[in-house]
Ligand binder design. Structure first.
Ligand code: GLU
Length: 550
């Protein structure tokens, strides 16, 4: 009896691997095209780090006319949640990341290299496991969990490296006859890789991001097929990335130390290894300590957070590119109006250690991004967000024509307004433009230099009676405020006032402030001329009346 008999006893029905090699041929892509993937487990939580990896992968595939695919790694069925795949697909979609191939729902995929869900690829893994067993490169292991635990305890007590290797790899030396007999007797087993490695030898590896690294060889006989017939991550990685013809494995750097094992698996399986690019995690500054963004402690670790806050996807994507490549910032400065698609991302320019996540900076990017939106775009986005997260805002935005006027204030010009960082800012930002909201609230009216009731009332009355005309252009409008100031004995020009401060109680700017505060309850607003145009005379009158009653 030989290894072939053993392989047949374990996987009698598995197809010959040539079937799969032919079914998933080399891809016919242009020289230099990158084939890469995002390979999450459907645990019900999409981490911002996953989005970061996908964005990078998607972009590199685009830049090289390659392929980006979404593979679902669900071999650990204990960790799975309902609709976990849909959640991942939708999260990517919300950020504008569309894979060329991969799962598109819980059960369906698109592309010729599928299935793209590992639990649907059981037979494929078994064929390759059989192939290894046939060559004596993998074997069944009959050790019980208790035996393995006992072994671990012994290793620990003797302070020796833990694991299933060398003399500890008990089942490695079981003869084919003995193994077949145990299998026929119905004993439980799993399949292990027979590692050809030696711990005292080193391998050299070049990582696209981390550069040159040395590791001891792998000598662990790791499990490749578990008791449930599904593969472990390591084995599935080798088989899938080979058959999906991945050229670049872009993944989190927690996998860097597995590279010796992975290279060994590729080698023993007769596969050409991919290039590896290990991305450092996104870090957070926690009271001076740098640590990974944590699912448990940091709400911003979840991509759903950005949705809830209404941070536009354009801002998140732009910010992530910012932390991916340090030259992005300069590029943006030189190319203010270009789409981020035009930025040439380079893997080898990614930082070796983790970039710091900075919410203030992200919101700042948000302000710039939104300032470039048209009023219509602001409207559509804010309305869409409000439908899910803010009923009151949704109600306010139902009068689209009016909302567009508000969003049009100081927009589309050279220096557009930059006061909205996220959609959840909108309500607070525009509320005062709605009579029913503004007048329903007790306003504070923070008048400044001119604040005596008598002076304020005089300005408001005279302005309405004599100076305000809705048909004035901006220059006429401003000239009128100057005249009003003059008539009431204030300086018509700030210059005049500064030259002779004792001659005046205040100046034209202070008069403007009175109008602004009476109209909006705020000292700081976008352009007052435009605000008046949007509010219209009737609303202004009402507002002045209410202000005068204070
Ligand atoms: N399923 C693995 C994870 O979520 C994928 C790692 C990889 O990209 O190979 O960490």
């Amino acid at each position: 009896m030989d290894y072939k008999d053993l392989a047949n006893a374990i996987f009698p029905d598995a197809k010959d691997i040539t079937y799969y090699e032919e079914k998933y041929p080399e891809r016919n892509l242009k020289e230099g095209a990158i084939v890469t993937r995002f390979a999450p487990s459907p645990t019900g939580f999409v981490h911002i780090g996953g989005l970061y990896q996908s964005l990078i992968a998607r972009k590199l595939a685009n830049q090289t006319e390659g392929v980006f695919l979404l593979r679902i790694e669900d071999t650990d069925q204990k960790r799975e949640v309902e609709n976990g795949i849909t959640d991942i697909v939708q999260s990517l979609d919300r950020f504008g990341i569309e894979p060329d191939e991969g799962m598109i729902s819980e059960t369906e995929g698109k592309g010729n290299y599928g299935p793209y869900r590992q639990s649907m690829r059981k037979e494929i893994y078994q064929s390759y496991a059989k192939y290894l067993i046939e060559q004596g490169k993998a074997y069944p292991c009959f050790c019980t969990p208790e035996e393995l635990e006992e072994m671990r305890a012994k290793q620990e007590a003797a302070k020796i490296r833990p694991g299933y290797y060398g003399v500890w790899a008990k089942c490695r030396n079981i003869t084919v006859e003995e193994a077949i007999e145990k299998i026929n007797n119905g004993e439980n087993y799993i399949v292990r890789f027979k590692s050809p490695g030696r711990e005292d030898r080193k391998i050299k590896h070049h990582d696209v991001i981390k550069g040159n690294v040395d590791f001891p060889e792998n000598d662990q006989d790791i499990v490749i097929i578990k008791a449930d017939g599904l593969p472990t991550y390591h084995f599935a990685h080798a088989v899938d990335d080979h058959l999906m013809r991945t050229t670049h494995v872009i993944r989190g750097d927690e996998w860097l130390s597995s590279v010796p094992l992975h290279l060994q698996l590729f080698h023993e399986l007769g596969f050409k290894p991919p290039k590896y690019a290990h991305i450092a995690p996104i870090m957070k500054n926690d009271n001076g300590n740098k640590r990974k963004l944590s699912k448990r402690k940091d709400p911003e670790a979840a991509v759903s957070y950005y949705d809830e806050m209404g941070i536009p996807k354009e801002a998140v994507n732009e910010y992530l590119l910012n932390i991916a490549n340090s030259n992005f910032e300069n590029w943006r400065r030189a190319n203010k109006d270009k789409s981020i698609d035009e930025f040439e991302l380079q893997l080898n320019k990614m930082s070796v250690s983790g970039a710091l996540f900075d919410m203030v900076k992200l919101l700042d990017v948000g302000k710039t991004v939104i300032s470039k939106f048209t009023a219509e775009e602001v409207y559509e986005n804010a309305f869409h967000w409000a439908k899910t997260y803010d009923k009151e805002l949704e109600e306010m935005l139902k009068d689209k024509e009016y909302a567009l006027k508000i969003f049009g204030i100081e927009r589309g010009n050279k220096k557009p307004r930059k006061d909205i960082a996220k959609w959840s800012d909108v309500k607070e930002n525009i509320e005062y433009m709605y009579d029913d909201k503004f007048l329903a609230k007790e306003q504070e009216y923070p008048y400044q230099v001119i604040h005596e009731k008598e002076d304020v009332d005089k300005i408001l009355d005279l302005y309405m009676e004599k100076y305000y005309n809705e048909n004035d252009d901006k220059q006429q409008w401003f000239d009128k405020i100057k005249e009003l100031a003059g008539e009431l004995g204030y300086a018509k020009e700030v210059k005049e006032y500064k030259a002779n401060p004792d001659a005046y109680k205040a100046h034209v700017g202070d008069v403007s402030t009175v109008l602004r505060v009476a109209l909006t309850g705020r000292t700081n607003t976008p352009d007052m001329y435009e605000i008046m145009q949007v509010l219209g005379k009737e609303s202004m009158k009402k507002r002045f009346e209410v202000a005068k009653k204070k």
